[in-house]
Design a protein. Structure first.
Length: 415
């Protein structure tokens, strides 16, 4: 659009504002709205953690909004320390299926039950199921049935799942039969209205009660363990759905400052006749007076895909930025204790005055903390290397170590 206006000498300027509660735009530290919704959801989840810990016998399955990368779930988890956080990044890294995810939750519940802690919190992004490989295959198979068999589509109005179950392969049929009746109808409605994931980035499952599905799976697995005699503790669970609770939240001080800064910068760009830019504000973890404002060309955010057929248009898109590993702490610099040892935290509501009013999100501050941890670990390794080298290390080993260190030094010089 910006190129069209410039080519035809239209004096209209095109500027983009990074406003998204997901904070998944590439090349942007944090988007407008992310701080508000994260603190709002963390406050609600914190209230539920207090309820679960006070009861002492209650597990809460909470669904919050989150696209494939689950940025909101990561921030809320860092503020509230739930015992289980279902992250897509860990799912893909460990190549887990739906059964293994259920086993993961049940293992945490069983471990805490041995310590007489029969309560806890499970945090589930509402798009998590769309990243599980069995679920993707199930969605595609259901979509094919609905397209080929008209009787199956007519049966949706009466919630008659017999036709679809009879046409599904055995593994998908067993999986779909394990869903609660209500979620079966929700999944079929989503697929019927929007199709499956085939040819799409992801299927929108925001209207599917994912927390109910996992609660039923966990209850079935714990019942099996009780029969086998491996689990002897009680289990009581409730579910909460929070995707729509953050749409009218009062903006935090941080988002107010960020909104004013982005708007003022956009006005300066328009006055300077700049176009085709995304307003970018960096160094957000510093004080407001230390923020730096700039503009990023919109073309640098686009991903162009090859089109195999001639004559088709190229459809550019802006892909979400990936999760960073330090957000949840899957490396040696773990940000939270082990799942079974976590103590639930209630951060309280967002503050507008006082010492906590300017508090930043955890994910915004963690990169600096991660670098500090890595430097400390590097210093320990260097000290250990010196101690072992001075104890009579063979020359050929020292030469190999020298070459490795030289390679690391050369790499740092190139940064």
């Amino acid at each position: 659009l910006a190129e069209y206006f410039v080519e035809h000498q239209v004096p209209t300027r095109v500027l983009a504002v990074p406003a998204s509660t997901q904070s998944d735009l590439p090349l942007v530290e944090q988007t407008l709205g992310y701080d508000t919704v994260c603190k709002h959801y963390a406050s609600i989840v914190g209230n539920l953690t207090t309820q679960a810990a006070s009861a002492g016998k209650l597990w809460c399955f909470i669904r919050i909004p989150g696209r494939s990368m689950s940025h909101i779930a990561a921030e809320v988890a860092l503020q509230t320390h739930p015992h289980v956080v279902l992250m897509v990044s860990e799912l893909e890294q460990q190549n887990m299926n739906i059964t293994e995810v259920t086993q993961l939750i049940c293992n945490v519940i069983e471990t805490r039950a041995r310590e007489d802690k029969n309560y806890g919190m499970v945090l589930i992004p509402d798009q998590f199921l769309a990243s599980v490989r069995e679920m993707r295959r199930l969605f595609e198979e259901i979509d094919e049935i609905l397209q080929v068999v008209p009787e199956a589509e007519h049966a949706l109005a009466s919630n008659d799942f017999g036709t679809i179950l009879g046409l599904l392969p055995p593994l998908s049929r067993a999986l779909f039969q394990g869903f609660p009746e209500r979620t079966k109808a929700q999944i079929l409605q989503v697929i019927d209205e929007r199709g499956s994931q085939k040819g799409k980035e992801t299927l929108d499952l925001s209207t599917v009660e994912t927390e109910i599905i996992f609660q039923s799976f966990v209850e079935a697995e714990l019942t099996r363990r009780v029969v086998l005699g491996t689990y002897k503790g009680p289990f009581q669970a409730i579910s909460y759905s929070l995707p729509y609770h953050g749409r009218a939240a009062m903006p935090t001080n941080f988002d107010c400052d960020l909104g004013y800064t982005i708007g003022y910068a956009a006005g300066i760009f328009v006055d300077a006749s700049r176009t085709g830019l995304l307003v970018d504000v960096c160094h957000l973890k510093e004080d407001v007076e230390d923020w730096e404002v700039g503009g990023t060309p919109l073309s640098s955010l686009l991903t162009l895909q090859d089109v195999p057929l001639c004559g088709e248009k190229i459809h550019p898109k802006i892909g979400p930025k990936g999760r960073l590993r330090y957000d949840i702490g899957v490396d040696e610099g773990r940000c939270m204790p082990e799942p079974s040892q976590r103590t639930l935290v209630s951060p309280g509501p967002a503050q507008f005055e006082g010492p906590c009013a300017g508090q930043k999100t955890q994910t915004l501050r963690l990169p600096q903390l991660q670098r500090v941890r890595q430097m400390e670990r590097t210093e320990r390794l260097v000290s250990e290397l010196k101690a072992k080298a001075s104890a009579g290390c063979p020359p050929e080993v020292l030469q190999a170590i020298k070459q490795l260190l030289q390679g690391g030094t050369d790499l740092l010089r190139q940064l």
